[in-house]
Design a protein around this ligand. Structure first.
Ligand SMILES: [Zn+2]
Length: 54
């Protein structure tokens, strides 16, 4: 079984009318017009960070 804790903790930040995802590992997603898109970026980052082969 894999441990649940991860070095990747994502949050979304708003910059004016844009939203972007950030991660505790230092990764930052692109600025998005919608927070939903930023959340999707964060989810994608978590998936690829957890499975480098993806
Ligand atoms: Zn990360």
């Amino acid at each position: 079984m894999y441990a649940q804790d991860s070095p990747h903790t994502t949050t979304t930040t708003e910059r004016g009318s844009f939203a972007l995802a950030r991660c505790s590992c230092g990764w930052t997603g692109p600025a998005r017009r919608s927070r939903d898109k930023a959340r999707t970026d964060a989810t994608d980052h978590l998936r690829t960070a957890a499975d480098p082969e993806a």
